[in-house]
Design a protein around this ligand. Structure first.
Ligand code: HEC
Length: 132
């Protein structure tokens, strides 16, 4: 082993090193991907609700957000939508927003949030809402 001629040459060392490096990187990426996909969709919906809705509706949907609104946000635990509180009806409200007396009281989220996110939020809030 002490005979330098038996040592691996530089280029094969470099190759092994690069290969290991890539393997390690791939492994790390896998771990990250795994953490991402293992996330409970309910948990991200909750985070999305907090981000997009809670300032007006409150973190638990009771309509007591931190924003001072000209007309109060709905208490999602008691509100009943005209067509009933189906996930579809809630999605429609989130997309369209609410306009009352020509005033936008709640902004529409269509185009501002990806459809999967809107649906996840709708499913999340439907758990609080009155069932038909
Ligand atoms: C800028 C404040 C604001 C934000 C942000 C907001 N809302 Fe609202 N929302 C309101 C107000 C105000 C009302 C009450 C509308 C009214 O009756 O005039 C309302 C009403 C609603 C209603 C009941 C609609 C109806 O027809 O009675 C639902 C459901 C709702 N919001 C869900 C959400 C969800 C889910 C989000 C997040 C994606 C959200 N809102 C974001 C202010 C907001």
């Amino acid at each position: 082993m002490n005979d330098p001629s038996s040592w691996p040459d530089r280029s094969s060392l470099l190759r092994t090193c690069t290969e290991r490096c890539f393997a390690l990187l791939a492994c790390l990426l896998d771990m990250v991907a795994c953490v991402e996909t293992d996330k409970d969709p309910g948990e991200s919906a909750e985070a999305w609700f907090s981000e997009s809705c809670a300032s007006c509706h409150g973190v638990n949907g009771d309509g007591r957000g931190t924003l001072d609104l000209p007309s109060p946000a709905a208490d999602l635990r008691t509100v009943t939508l005209p067509g009933g509180n189906s996930v579809e009806a809630i999605i429609a409200v989130i997309e369209r927003g609410v306009e009352k007396d020509f005033l936008v009281t709640m902004p529409g989220f269509k185009g501002r949030l990806p459809p999967e996110q809107i649906e996840a939020i709708a499913r999340h809030v439907s758990r609080w809402m009155v069932k038909e």
